[in-house]
Design a protein around this ligand. Structure first.
Ligand code: 17E
Ligand code: FE2
Length: 413
């Protein structure tokens, strides 16, 4: 199969991408626009990218907002309480059905790689069992990484350490954590040592909900980064949210950045979620409650954006479209200078792929999987500005999804 008249990111000219079986077998620069032969897919000069990536979502909690009660304060902690209520009523089929519905929303938006946090603070590990099945059943649509996520704590939840260990034995890919939620600072620190030991011993990746609060004294990121640095695990470790960094003073942050850089860890920000959940204890001036995305990026660190929620106890909106989060994130993080705009898809493609350690399983290059998405615009800037949708999604060399762009006519000139 050939994809003709493809514009590639950061590369001038039109290209033909040839796929054989499940792999990309050739990428050739065209002299100009070419005519489609039978079987070709014509990108018509639009952007062809490696699939969009969702590096941070909670597929076990998705589509439960208002069940049984809405989060009225809009805080993270009320979200955790409301979820604990809903968690009592989850069933295997309920979890699977909601996760599959959400995965279809993601796939319809050109996402093919997903990392989901799954709550393992449940003595039955019911959500995890369901999600392990979903990981296999949804393989034709997405590659799914499962994080063993201790929503109610590792140290402050009864049996938390055993549940984490069992979750990894059962097949979780990534070890999670929530140090800012543990009862004491000491427990927060010991939870990080525990989870890093578990990951090092088992070869799992690490992705910790870290300092998801406006409290400037929440400083578990330095603990996570130092553990990663000392063990040489930085590229395999991710700090999610780190919203407290939006409240750290610059003196502390300048010291912290040295360590973060030396550690080589990755960062995920969920800007729509954080602008909604944080700032809730402020009157005015009111903090944004989002981590320092632009500053991390400019310091040469790897940072990407995620949706976090779709209609759950923490966040009532969302529809699977990560470009909406990119749009909001660039506004919130003061990243609308042209230099940022013209490469903004990095934040939802290459940077996220690096966070997920996808390696040679991702990217447009000969020999890599033929997973490709044609967007309905010609460059990063226009994709963002027009909120261009995925027009075609190709997975393992086969068309997975097509979309007919909307046609609008203005009557009467
Ligand atoms: N759980 C949590 O601790 N934080 C979040 N943002 C979500 C779930 C969505
Ligand atoms: Fe999260």
């Amino acid at each position: 199969m050939n994809i003709i008249n493809a514009t590639l990111r950061k590369t001038p000219g039109l290209h033909t991408i040839t796929c054989e079986g499940e792999r990309i077998s050739a990428i050739t620069l065209q002299a100009g626009s070419v005519q489609a032969q039978p079987g070709d897919i014509d990108a018509q000069g639009q952007l062809v990218i490696a699939p969009l990536v969702e590096p941070h979502i909670h597929l076990d909690a998705t589509l439960t907002a208002g069940q049984p009660e809405w989060n009225l304060s809009g805080t993270l902690f009320e979200g955790i309480e409301r979820w604990a209520q809903r968690k009592e009523t989850i069933t295997h089929e309920d979890t699977k059905q909601r996760a599959h519905t959400t995965i279809r929303m993601l796939a319809e938006h050109g996402i093919q790689h997903v990392r989901t946090h799954v709550d393992v603070t449940d003595p039955t590990l019911g959500a995890l069992k369901a999600m392990l099945e979903v990981r296999e059943e949804a393989r034709h649509l997405i590659d799914l990484q499962i994080v063993a996520f201790p929503q109610e704590g590792i140290e402050s939840y009864e049996g938390g350490r055993e549940l984490m260990t069992r979750a990894v034995e059962m097949g979780a890919d990534v070890v999670g954590g929530i140090p800012h939620f543990e009862n004491t600072r000491d427990q927060g620190v010991s939870s990080i040592k525990f989870l890093m030991d578990l990951a090092e011993r088992t070869g799992c990746l690490v992705d910790v909900h870290c300092d998801e609060t406006d409290d400037p004294h929440s400083r578990f990121l330095e603990v996570l980064a130092e553990e990663a640095r000392v063990r040489g695990m930085g590229s395999r470790v991710t700090a999610s949210h780190t919203t407290a960094m939006g409240s750290y003073d610059n003196a502390y942050c300048s010291k912290l950045f040295r360590l973060l850089k030396a550690s080589g860890i990755n960062f995920v920000s969920c800007p729509t979620e954080s602008i909604h959940l944080q700032g809730r204890f402020d009157t005015f001036p009111k903090r944004r409650g989002v981590t320092r995305v632009a500053e991390l990026d400019r310091a040469g660190m790897n940072v990407c954006l995620g949706q976090d929620s779709i209609k759950d106890p923490w966040y009532p909106l969302g529809n699977g479209n990560i470009l909406r989060v990119l749009d909001a994130g660039l506004h919130i993080c003061h990243m609308m200078g042209f230099e940022d705009l013209k490469r903004c898809l990095d934040l939802v493609t290459d940077n996220s792929a690096r966070t997920l350690n996808l390696g040679e399983g991702y990217g447009i290059a000969v020999g890599r999987p033929a997973n490709l998405v044609i967007l309905d615009a010609e460059n990063d800037y226009e994709v963002l500005r027009r909120q261009a949708k995925a027009r075609v999604s190709i997975r393992a060399g086969k068309v997975l999804m097509t979309r007919v762009p909307e046609r609008v006519e203005l009557i009467g000139g």
